[in-house]
Design a protein around this ligand. Sequence first.
Ligand SMILES: Cc1cc2nc3c(=O)[nH]c(=O)nc-3n(C[C@H](O)[C@H](O)[C@H](O)COP(=O)(O)O)c2cc1C
Length: 217
Amino acid sequence: MSGEEQRVFTTDEQQLLEEILLHRRDVRGNRFLKTPVTDEVIEKILQAALSAPSVGFSQPWEFVLIKDEATKQAVKATFSEETQKAVVQFADEKQKEYIQLKLEGIVEAPINIAVFYKPKNEPVLGQTSMPNMGKYSVVCAIQNMWLMARALNVGLGWVSILDPQKVKQILNAPAENELIGYLCLGYTDMFYNQPELEIKKWEQRKQADEVIIQEKY
Ligand SMILES: Cc1cc2nc3c(=O)[nH]c(=O)nc-3n(C[C@H](O)[C@H](O)[C@H](O)COP(=O)(O)O)c2cc1C
């Protein structure tokens, strides 16, 4: 024991976390405002990422902050190309729905953050049997950013309909880096109370008893 006083959370604080979890949303271009996000706010969101758990405390992440219009336009171009390839993979009736969805806010969001996994050249404690654990650690960092952004009333949208190699080229990323998430951030005119894909009847929320198994399958 370190002898340090342990932080104990009050019921109100517990409820606050629950509220933030429930009200976190993926925010897309139709909702972003042009209002600039200050460096101080971005710093808080990045600090949340840096306090995420990581396998072997490897912290295998790097973050590229993007405000430049030309860079955003180049990333948007790969989104458009990948969207064309995506649509045809869905059944006819879903294709019509798909093309009506807004699935990114690259240009509308005042700031984009590309999040990379940077592998180590040596074994990582905890990652020796399950090599994806480093990448999952980067996802933990993104989730921390998403929650912190929501607490600061900043919208965050995750865009994955991109060619990761093209994004790497656009950003001059080192060859060994792997793109994990491309995030669009900004203030929004509103946060939906439910996932947009649920409102638009693309998917339904699963019930707990559909996915929680007691003891064994
Ligand atoms: C790994 C990951 C990738 C995602 N990629 C996209 C994407 O490319 N475009 C998009 O519009 N939303 C994307 N999303 C957001 C999901 O659509 C969204 O989280 C889901 O519909 C639930 O809505 P909510 O986040 O508002 O609760 C992604 C989410 C995750 C976790």
